[in-house]
Design a protein around this ligand. Structure first.
Ligand code: AMP
Ligand code: MG
Length: 320
């Protein structure tokens, strides 16, 4: 149902322990009452998500955070003040009212205020913090449209609010700013350059840490079903009869490909990020044997695009 009309009903579903998929500026989230361990458990079941993968808690307003967790470390408070509402997730100490299943037993909680009017209205109407990972099955492509959610999760969700395609199209940047040196745990829609401008130097530890702390950082994640190969200059495909899809960053010749998606004809990084998962969903549905993807320029949100493409490609094996 359209996001504006369904908010009161969806809020009631959240309060009753149900699951609501809703648009944010990044991707669609699969929300449950973060104070209710049984509701949170339903998120893991619906996504087939391993319970070691902690959820991000969403608030309607930055002012709600100190009320939930108490006084904030100065850099956390400064980042919340500067970038919320927005695609930045911050780590704070887990308050006792948040059950450990939400944070996968970690003593930290990831939290953000989404920059999407309907999402904030939903959370406010529910009157509880809302735990919400991306509304897709674990490891698969993130949803940037309501129909991606319906296709991927179907009857496992009680309500899907439809707010059209999401604006950023890529997940939030996750930062641990509790200590003296802020650490970027996941590259995302808020460019690292913006963090540096606000804070000074930051550490980027968003690679394949192998730690279960941020599974968005697992080597293989965000993957289409079709094998995806990342190539710096994909050129023309070999004439071997294999149907290939091309994911191009910008306009380029594409003869010989069975399906083509261009992220941004003019090569605009923001537009490319917004199109990324939708383009991958389309290529996945195009009946091709493999997808060749070209990286974006490695700057700004382009870093997050390349991070996602690298993880999508990690399931590809030369042996097929
Ligand atoms: P998703 O919303 O599906 O992209 O998943 C949320 C991401 O945030 C996952 O990769 C989590 O591991 C990460 N995350 C959530 N809580 C924490 C935490 N306390 N510390 C580090 N990363 C976290
Ligand atoms: Mg996810």
């Amino acid at each position: 149902m359209p996001a504006e009309r369904g908010i009161a009903e969806a809020a009631a579903v959240l309060r009753a322990g149900g699951l609501v998929a809703f648009p944010t500026e990044t991707v669609y989230g699969l929300g449950a009452n973060a104070l209710d361990s049984r509701a949170a458990a339903r998120i893991f079941a619906a996504k087939a998500r391993p319970t070691f993968d902690p959820l991000i808690t969403h608030l309607a307003d930055a002012a709600d955070l100190p009320a939930l967790v108490g006084a904030l470390p100065p850099a956390v408070a400064a980042l919340a003040e500067r970038f919320w509402p927005g695609p930045l997730t911050l780590l704070v100490d887990r308050p006792a009212v948040i059950p450990p299943i939400v944070t996968s037993g970690l003593d930290t909680m990831a939290v953000r205020v989404p920059d999407e009017t309907s999402a904030r209205a939903l959370i406010r109407a529910a009157g509880v913090p809302v735990a919400a990972p991306s509304a897709n099955r674990f490891g698969q492509l993130s949803p940037t449209r309501a129909e991606h959610v319906v296709r991927g999760l179907g009857a496992a969700v009680d309500v899907v609010l439809d707010g059209g395609p999401t604006r950023c199209g890529i997940e939030s940047t996750i930062v641990d700013a509790r200590g003296p040196y802020p650490v970027v745990l996941r590259l995302g829609a808020l460019p690292v350059e913006d963090l540096v401008a606000a804070l000074g130097p930051v550490t980027v530890r968003a690679g394949n840490s192998g730690q279960p702390v941020a599974p968005g950082t697992l080597a293989a994640h965000y993957a289409p079903r079709t094998p995806l190969r990342l190539l710096r200059d994909a050129g023309a495909p070999p004439a071997d009869g294999i149907r290939r899809g091309l994911l191009a960053f910008r306009d380029r010749p594409a003869d010989g490909y069975a399906a083509v998606q261009v992220l941004s004809p003019a090569g605009d990084l923001t537009e490319a990020a917004a199109q990324l998962f939708d383009a991958l969903h389309r290529l996945d549905a195009a009946g091709v044997t493999e997808i060749l993807a070209e990286p974006a320029p490695d700057e700004g949100i382009g870093r997050a695009i390349n991070d996602r493409l690298g993880r999508a490609a990690a399931t590809w094996s030369p042996a097929g």
